[in-house]
Every structure is written in structure tokens, then in C-alpha cells.
Write a protein that binds this ligand. Structure first.
Ligand SMILES: NC(=O)c1ccc[n+]([C@@H]2O[C@H](COP(=O)([O-])OP(=O)(O)OC[C@H]3O[C@@H](n4cnc5c(N)ncnc54)[C@H](OP(=O)(O)O)[C@@H]3O)[C@@H](O)[C@H]2O)c1
Length: 211
């Protein structure tokens, strides 16, 4: 199947590599497409560089918006009319980074980023918050673990989106575990109790129930 990856920076590039390794076909784009072209050359035939963000969605079953939270709404507005028949996956943490590299939260404490993102999307969009639950380095090093696979947590309010994101998570080399509905997205973010964990399915399920 085909997934569009918009944003090919620190996180988008590793998501793209893992999905391509798992057999997914990719259409990728970035702000000026330089990083997208470099990444596509590294991945090979499984990745096609799109002309722009809208072109990335042509023929895609799903789209991963691997973008900083501060640019997310602008890109969603750009592609909103193309999202009706697709899974939308958002890994963004609600953070901004200053010139000194200091991170700060862009939403008030307690406000769910997933609810904010859902409010930016057209009604009925199949949204899953996923793939942003661990650092890019940890994502790579803990993928395709055996004998016990590493869990990647996700949240969604939509059953079909759940099935679709579970397929993508498995393609990327992880075992999917749902942590709840979109309002639970804070648990997956930097600072959340399920962020940056490398756990197997049994421990993951006990953590879900333990909140
Ligand atoms: N990095 C991590 O370890 C990590 C872990 C968990 C979650 N996350 C989350 O993932 C998101 C992305 O983080 P990152 O570290 O990958 O950021 P990043 O390295 O700054 O990459 C951002 C990407 O977005 C692209 N971009 C910016 N504006 C765009 C636009 N209008 N249209 C298309 N693409 C655009 C950039 O394009 P160019 O390459 O052309 O500049 C770049 O490829 C963030 O929300 C972060 O919270 C990151």
C-alpha cells in the first residue's frame, strides 16, 4: 500500500525508512523538497518524491504529517480537501524549540494535542496520533525486536483508523497497542507516562490500565 510522508526531517526520515523496509510504497515531500530528494535517493525505488504536499497525497492510502506542531495547521489547511478517504497519522508533540535548542510546550498544560489537531481537520477525518511516542533514535533501535516486539502506542476515536494505523505500525516493525481515544494523546507526548518507553505487549497493556 502507499503512504504519503509530509516532512522528512529527524522523525519523518526514520518513519519513512522503517515503512519502506517493511514493504510500504512512499510518496514524500518536505518544505523545499531537498531533504525529501536526499531521503528518496537513500531509500531507493520504494520512495517517490512528490512535487509538493498535495501531490504527495495522490493515490496514497494514508498520510503521516511528520511536522513541527507550529507548522501543522498550515499544512492541514493546504491538503484538507484531499483527506476524506485517507488515514491521517500525526506524530507531532506540542512543542516549539528556540534558537538555543530549548523546548517549550505550545499548549496549556492538560490540553490534549490530539483534540487540537482533530479540531483543525475536516469533520470525519480518520485521525490517529501515533509514531511520535519515542525519540527518532529509540524508534530505530527498538524496531523489529525479537523475540518480543516493541510496542508503539497510538490513540484514535475511529475504529477503521485504528485498524489502518495498526497495519502501518506493524509494517514499521512494532506491535501496536491502543492507549485510548484521542483525548488520551497527552500520555504519548514528551512528558507523558507512555513516552519513550521500550516495552513488550504484556507490560504495555498493564501500563494502559494503570493510568
Ligand atoms: N525528532 C524526534 O526524535 C521526534 C520524536 C517524536 C516526535 N517528534 C515530532 O515529530 C515532528 C517532526 O519533528 P522532526 O524532529 O522531524 O522535525 P524536523 O527535523 O525539523 O523536520 C521537520 C520537517 O518538516 C518539513 N516541513 C516544514 N514545513 C513544511 C511544509 N510547509 N510542508 C512540508 N514539509 C514541511 C521540513 O522540511 P525541510 O526538510 O525541507 O526543511 C522537515 O523535513 C515534531 O512535531 C516533533 O514533536 C519528533
Amino acid at each position: 500500500m502507499t503512504t504519503a510522508i509530509i516532512g522528512t526531517g529527524g522523525l519523518g526520515s526514520v518513519i519513512a525508512r522503517q515503512l519502506a523496509t517493511g514493504g510500504e510504497t512512499l510518496r514524500i515531500s518536505s518544505a523545499d523538497n531537498k531533504s525529501a530528494r536526499t531521503l528518496a535517493a537513500q531509500i531507493g525505488r520504494a520512495a517517490v518524491v512528490a512535487v509538493d504536499n498535495r501531490d504527495a497525497l495522490q493515490g496514497a492510502d494514508a498520510v503521516v504529517l511528520a511536522l513541527r506542531f507550529t507548522v501543522l495547521k498550515g499544512v492541514i489547511d493546504e491538503i484538507a480537501d484531499q483527506l476524506a478517504d485517507k488515514l491521517v497519522v500525526v506524530p507531532s508533540n506540542p512543542l516549539t524549540i528556540d534558537a538555543q535548542g530549548n523546548l517549550s510546550r505550545v499548549l496549556p498544560e492538560g490540553q490534549s494535542s490530539g483534540k487540537v489537531v482533530a479540531g483543525w481537520l475536516p469533520a470525519g477525518t480518520r485521525l490517529a496520533m501515533a509514531f511520535g511516542t519515542m525519540s527518532a533514535d529509540l524508534f530505530v533501535s527498538s524496531s523489529n525486536r525479537s523475540p518480543e516486539p516493541t510496542v508503539l502506542f497510538y490513540v484514535t476515536d475511529d475504529d477503521r483508523a485504528g485498524e489502518e494505523v495498526e497495519r502501518l505500525i506493524r509494517t514499521a516493525g512494532f506491535e501496536p497497542v491502543k492507549a485510548g481515544g484521542i483525548e488520551q494523546s497527552g500520555r504519548l507526548e514528551v512528558g507523558g507516562d507512555l513516552h519513550d518507553l521500550v516495552v513488550g505487549p504484556a507490560e504495555a497493556r498493564s501500563l494502559i490500565g494503570g493510568a
